[in-house]
Design a protein around this ligand. Structure first.
Ligand code: ZN
Length: 162
């Protein structure tokens, strides 16, 4: 496994749409392993293909329950709403307020190309929405409801900690 370079805002690749994965080739398998390692090394909750320069529909997420791999994810159901601070490894050190569904159900393939559905609330739901946006070339700063601030300043002002 290897740590990959995380692309930061301003890099055009973050604005491009991803292609579906048709088969778990050795390259894709290595990509998934590297993305998990890169996410942990950066203390992130999630990472999407474009963030490491690969325009493939691959997402990894860990909200504290171990790594979840989502290949070709499609959000099939959402409900409720949550409004809170959100950040991104591609916009380092920054946070802004974003409203997301409080519940999502996502259909995706795993690292063995087996299809399944996963559901979750709160941080998991936020992370799934955020990472799926990356696959469409969208960043959270596009839909932020507050100024994009330094993370420390944001939480100092909002008086909350996540
Ligand atoms: Zn992100």
């Amino acid at each position: 496994m290897a740590i990959r370079t995380i692309r930061v805002e301003g890099d055009e690749i973050l604005r491009k749409k991803c292609k579906e994965v048709t088969e778990i080739t050795p390259r894709i398998k290595t990509l998934i392993e590297d993305m998990i390692e890169t996410m942990y090394q950066a203390n992130g909750v999630g990472l999407a293909g474009p963030q490491v320069g690969i325009l493939r529909k691959v997402v990894v997420i860990d909200v504290g329950d171990g790594p979840v791999v989502l290949v070709n994810p499609v959000i099939v159901e959402t409900s409720g709403e949550q409004t809170g601070g959100e950040g991104c490894l591609s916009v380092p050190g920054k946070t802004a307020t974003v409203t997301r569904p409080n519940y999502v159900k996502v259909r995706a393939y795993d690292e063995k190309m087996e299809q399944r559905e996963l559901e979750g609330t709160e941080l998991f739901a936020r992370a799934v929405c955020h990472e799926c946006d990356h696959l469409e070339g969208k960043l959270y700063i596009d839909i932020a409801e507050s100024p994009v601030m330094d993370t420390d300043a944001y939480y100092a002002e909002m008086g909350e900690e996540e």
